[in-house]
Ligand binder design. Structure first.
Ligand code: URA
Length: 234
């Protein structure tokens, strides 16, 4: 939201009164006087008028978790342990998951309380690459590479999957790159080439890789660079 709109809404002043306050240098954003009516502000900014706090800044959280197999990608569940049970940040109740994994899948999960940031990650049109390491029950046939690149028609959703990358690493192991996130997508794609996924692990989402030293069940805050990888500043 623009600063003038925030002020107009906040104090029922109207837009021109908001402009006058801003021009008179009475409004500060994160402690700095702001004279730009069009300054973009969100709930993560502190905004003051004559030193009085109109809005306290909420802490923006961006974190990665190494989800172990058996943990649910959900914020709460009456039966199964969830990713939230693994996080001990005091503001964890504000988090949402930017792209879930199945309970039987391990690997990189991103969580945030910034909806603008996570939208970019989960928006199908953005085509953010997600890379998975896959073990299979049967040998992976070379023809599968072309089949993954061509896409599969999924009857339930009435859609054809976007071209996906398949790199065969060993007879029963591959690296798959998806540019969308359909329900059980990797498992369903292997099913369509007469194979079955026995283990699935997400290694990366766009520029963010699960580090080797982040053990299953551990989490850490994203670095400023990792947050910036998705084009919205922290
Ligand atoms: N594809 C799947 O089948 N499961 C996941 O958890 C992620 C991608």
């Amino acid at each position: 939201m623009k600063l003038d709109r925030f002020l107009a809404k906040q104090s029922s002043l109207g837009r021109s009164a908001a402009h006058r306050l801003i021009a008179a240098r009475r409004v500060a954003v994160d402690g700095q006087v702001c004279t730009d009516n069009q300054q973009e502000v969100s709930r993560f900014h502190q905004i003051t008028l004559d030193g009085t706090v109109l809005q306290r800044a909420q802490r923006a959280l961006y974190l990665m978790l190494h989800k172990p197999v058996g943990i649910l990608s959900a914020t709460s569940d009456p039966v199964h342990p969830t990713v939230m049970d693994l996080i001990d940040d005091p503001d964890k109740h504000t988090l949402h998951i930017a792209g879930r994994l199945d309970r039987s899948t391990s690997g990189l999960v991103l969580l945030t309380n910034d909806g603008r940031w996570s939208k970019r990650l989960t928006e199908p049109l953005e085509r953010v690459p997600k890379v998975y390491l896959v073990d299979t029950a049967e040998d992976i046939l070379p023809e599968a590479v072309a089949a993954f690149a061509a896409g599969f028609y999924f009857h339930t959703e009435d859609l054809t999957t976007l071209p996906a990358g398949l790199e065969i690493l060993a007879p029963r192991q591959a690296r798959v790159t998806l540019y969308e996130g359909r329900y059980h997508q990797v498992k369903r794609m292997f099913h369509r080439v007469q194979n079955r996924v026995t283990a699935l692990h997400r290694e990366s989402i766009d520029g963010i890789r699960l580090p080797a030293d982040l053990a299953p069940g551990q989490w850490r805050n994203l670095t400023v660079e990792e947050v910036g990888a998705f084009g919205v500043s922290a």
